[in-house]
Write a protein that binds this ligand. Structure first.
Ligand code: SAM
Length: 284
């Protein structure tokens, strides 16, 4: 057995055993590697960082998608930025009321390789008639999109480095605000409060988003293979509040079976630990 190792902090590493290194290539945007192991099944990394694996992907994809739909069950037009593994689009396409899903992923190779090696997230996505694959930079996509053209934007991005940097800028958040309609919701990969490097990114994103969106909350989820395991999503909107406006009965009536998300956890996810609340509001 060989080991894949990710540096979580200066003095902390995380290793996963693997039997096969299935694929390795440098795309125009990043280094892409696929591995097959026992503990987390098939997984892939971008520039050496764990992205998605078969065993805990359900947690991330449940939590990036379902809280928004419990807050507005009538969502029809959805923009996924990043999300090249297909898992976020897969969850959105489970909603019969959804009419359009656009995937603005910068690196087509990520999606094509996930279709080959990670069908758990990518299978069936391209085939769905509601799906539009718009390979390219997510910032450029929103800059060219019409006003008020989406109900929901899901930013399923890498960290704010390299190609992902543009997705954590004030310019990007402003464009997202313009492209969302009056009931529009923005969900973004909001980093993590524990290790200092990620906590700095978390605070910076928070400061920028709070200046633009009247409703700006943060919620948490447990992600075993991400640094510290404690990760966050941002919930920003022009009007709808995930704690005041969520409609648990309407969401449960849709009848989706979900392995992580439920409408009780929905409220718990927004009840953040004190040190996280303090850190998020320390920038005010
Ligand atoms: N769950 C993962 C995480 O939290 O780190 C993210 C998964 S998803 C695979 C991230 C995707 O964002 C990658 O496929 C990457 O190519 C894409 N991406 C990075 N920067 C982008 C940009 N500027 N525009 C669109 N997609 C981008």
């Amino acid at each position: 057995m060989s080991w894949y190792t990710e540096q979580w902090s200066e003095d902390c590493k995380f290793s996963v055993g693997y039997e096969k290194h299935l694929h390795s290539e440098k795309s125009p945007f990043q280094q892409i590697d696929f591995y097959e192991g026992k503990e987390f099944g098939t997984f892939f990394t971008l520039d050496g960082l764990m992205m998605v694996n078969e065993k805990d992907e359900f947690i991330y994809h449940d939590m990036i998608v379902h809280p928004a739909f419990a807050t507005n069950p009538d969502i029809k037009k959805v923009l996924v930025i990043g999300g090249g593994d297909g898992g976020t689009a897969r969850e959105v396409l489970r909603y019969p009321g959804v009419e359009q899903v656009v995937l603005a992923e910068i690196d087509e190779q990520v999606f094509r390789l996930c279709q080959q090696y990670l069908p758990i997230t990518a299978a069936g996505v391209e085939e769905d008639p509601r799906m539009e694959l718009a390979f390219g930079d997510g910032l450029a996509y929103v800059q060219n999109a019409p006003d008020a053209s989406f109900d929901l934007i899901l930013v399923d991005s890498t960290d704010p480095v390299s190609v992902g940097e543009g997705l954590f800028t004030t310019a990007f958040y402003n464009e997202c605000y313009r492209v969302l309609n009056d009931k529009g919701i923005l969900i973004n990969q909001h980093e993590s409060p524990y290790f200092p490097e990620y906590a700095e990114n978390m605070k910076k994103a928070r400061t920028k988003i709070k200046k633009i969106f009247p409703v700006a909350r943060v919620y948490q989820y447990h992600m075993p293979t991400y640094p510290s395991g404690h990760w966050l999503f941002g919930f920003a909107s022009k009007s709808l509040d995930p704690l005041k406006d969520a409609d648990a009965d309407a969401w449960n009536a849709i009848g989706l079976q979900t392995k992580y998300y439920n409408t009780d956890l929905h409220y718990g996810a927004f009840a953040l630990p004190s040190y996280v609340r303090e850190a998020l509001d320390s920038e005010e």
